[in-house]
Every structure is written in structure tokens, then in C-alpha cells.
Design a protein around this ligand. Structure first.
Ligand SMILES: [Mg+2]
Length: 327
């Protein structure tokens, strides 16, 4: 007999059951389902995101980074709803060429992020596929009587964004050979692409303060467009106000229009984009200070429909393509 590795059940027992050990309702991944206790007055928020090798990640990343990105894009959706992470369900569809060592690294990445973000594995499925590595995670979070939605923006609300934007898209440009930078800046941007930082504390803190919220996955203008459409309003973004990292700013010194377009339409930021009544501006600033998260006012909600990017002199600089189109 040749060594065929641990097999499906061996991999679950060895690599995935330990990730569920601290969640009593997961029953060590030995039952047909999990039972989650949210506590009184708490509601479940559920979100799913899948990653496919060659589409959502390059494919040659360390397994731990693939795991962390798959979990973090879901944590970002929970944050956008104002939900606190509780548990997640994991489906891995792996080609037979993927060995136990890869799965071990994948599970190590999940373990590290479980500790960082306070979420536990509740179950899932492992299947073989003739196609590329495909990872699907369904994340579950908890909210109280209120949460964040896309539909609450009102005319004259401020448009705000957390952190810096454009880094993830520029990191992918570095990986694809479209952007050359010094090694420190290049490494920073690639890390931002591979390891997004979900705003898991900011989201819940904005419940009752922000009027609407979304996380930036498709691109700032595209996602603001989703929020504006859900709210029945329009929005303006002031390009001069976009918060850029030092690495993105360095790239902008040589390629201003390129970097602005990536910041407006690149996607993969996983920052929170939210609207807030001007009367709540000080509350937002206090939350940002307390959580040590940068929050920048980048625009305004207006009457009408559609999202436009505007330069300092009032010129419309909305890119023709404003973000990733699904399908
Ligand atoms: Mg989202």
C-alpha cells in the first residue's frame, strides 16, 4: 500500500476538530450539526464568502494565508453588520494533489485567527474536487436589538471610511508585476492584499451611531453605490480626502491617476465604509480614538442616485469602471 495520507475523516479529526474544541455546541465535530447559544436578546447574523484559487487568491500563497483571508473576508462582512464574531462553518474543496502538510498549515492559519478575532469552528464539510482549491466559509455573529444595514443613509450624512484604501489592490498589482516599488513598500502592500484586517471592533461600536455601513470588497465607489442604492440616495466622494498608506502615497508620487483609480475602484480593502449624521461626528471620532482605528470623512450623501468622485477643483473624476463586477 502507498501512503495516501490521513484521508477526509483523519484530516477532520487531526486538523479541524481542535479548532472546535472550545465551542461546546460543536460537539467536537462528531454530530450532524452544531447548537449555538447566543444568550438572551441576541440575534444571529449569517454571512458566506467563498474563495477560489486563481480568482480570489493567486494560488501559491502559504496555506495559512489562504485560510486567514477566507476567514477574514467573512469577519469583515460581520463587522459591516455590526455583529460580534461567534462561530464559522468551513467547506474545503481540495484537489487530490493537496497534501496533509498543506491542510496542517491551513488549520494553523485558522487557529491563529480564531485567537485574534474570537471566533470558533462549528462544523463544515471537506470534499475532493477536480478543480482549483475552493474554500467557503459561513460566519455567524451576534447582535442585540440593533445592527448596521446598508439602507439607513440620509441626505447630508457624512461618508466615512476606516483605515487606508487602495492597499489591497496595489498589493495585487505588485504580485502581478504591474507596479514596482521599493521592497519595504511592496511587502507592505502584498501583506495588505493577503491579510486584510477586518474591523471587528469598529463595526459593533458603530451600531446606533452610523446610519448605514458596508465593507469595501468590490471597490470604494462600487460598494458606496450599493449602500446609496439601498438607501435611495446619491453620494459624492472627494478624491483629495482619500486616506492612503505611506506605501500607496509613495506610488502616487509617480502614478497619481493610477493610484487614485485603484483607491476608488480597486477593491480588496476590507475597510468599513459608513455614513453618519453630522450630529454624530464627535461620537465617531471618540470611537475611532478609543479603538485606535483611523476614520476619515471622505464625502457626503446627496439627493438623487449614483456615486461620483470629485477632485479638489470640482472636476468629476469618476473612473469608467468603478469596481469588480460579479459574474
Ligand atoms: Mg460585504
Amino acid at each position: 500500500l502507498t501512503d495516501v495520507g490521513l484521508g477526509e475523516f483523519g484530516r477532520i479529526a487531526r486538523f479541524f476538530a481542535p479548532l472546535a474544541r472550545s465551542l461546546p455546541g460543536a460537539f467536537g465535530l462528531t454530530d450532524d450539526g452544531a447548537v449555538l447559544d447566543l444568550g438572551p436578546g441576541r440575534r444571529l447574523v449569517v454571512t458566506t464568502d467563498a474563495l477560489v484559487a486563481g480568482v480570489h487568491f493567486v494560488g501559491d500563497e502559504p496555506a495559512g494565508d489562504v485560510a486567514r483571508k477566507a476567514l477574514r473576508v467573512n469577519l469583515s462582512d460581520l463587522a459591516a453588520m455590526g455583529a460580534e464574531p461567534v462561530a464559522y462553518s468551513l467547506v474545503t474543496a481540495l484537489p487530490t494533489s493537496v497534501d496533509d502538510g498543506w491542510v496542517a498549515g491551513f488549520a494553523d492559519g485558522l487557529a491563529a485567527d480564531q485567537a485574534e478575532f474570537g471566533i470558533l469552528l462549528s462544523g463544515g464539510d471537506s470534499v475532493a474536487t477536480p478543480g482549483p482549491i475552493t474554500i467557503s466559509i459561513t460566519a455567524m455573529g451576534a447582535v442585540g436589538e440593533a445592527w448596521l444595514s446598508r439602507s439607513g443613509a440620509r441626505v447630508d450624512d457624512l461618508v466615512c471610511v476606516s483605515g487606508t484604501i487602495g492597499d489591497g489592490a496595489l498589493g495585487l498589482d505588485v504580485l502581478r508585476g504591474r507596479l514596482a516599488l521599493d521592497s519595504v513598500d511592496a511587502a507592505f502592500l502584498v501583506d495588505r492584499y493577503r491579510r486584510p484586517r477586518p474591523r471587528h471592533r469598529l463595526g459593533p461600536a458603530l451600531v446606533g451611531v452610523a446610519s448605514a455601513c458596508i465593507d469595501i470588497s468590490d471597490g470604494l465607489l462600487a460598494d458606496l453605490g450599493h449602500l446609496a442604492q439601498a438607501s435611495g440616495v446619491g453620494a459624492r466622494v472627494w478624491v483629495d480626502r482619500l486616506p492612503l498608506s505611506p506605501a500607496a502615497a509613495a506610488a502616487r508620487e509617480r502614478m497619481a491617476a493610477f493610484v487614485d483609480t485603484r483607491a476608488l475602484a480597486g477593491g480588496d480593502d476590507y475597510e468599513l465604509l459608513f455614513t453618519v449624521d453630522p450630529a454624530n461626528r464627535d461620537k465617531v471620532l471618540a470611537i475611532a480614538r478609543a479603538l485606535e482605528v483611523a476614520v476619515t470623512e471622505i464625502g457626503k450623501v446627496v439627493v438623487g442616485a449614483g456615486v461620483r468622485a470629485v477632485a479638489g477643483d470640482g472636476t468629476d473624476v469618476t473612473p469608467l469602471s468603478t469596481g469588480w463586477r460579479h459574474g
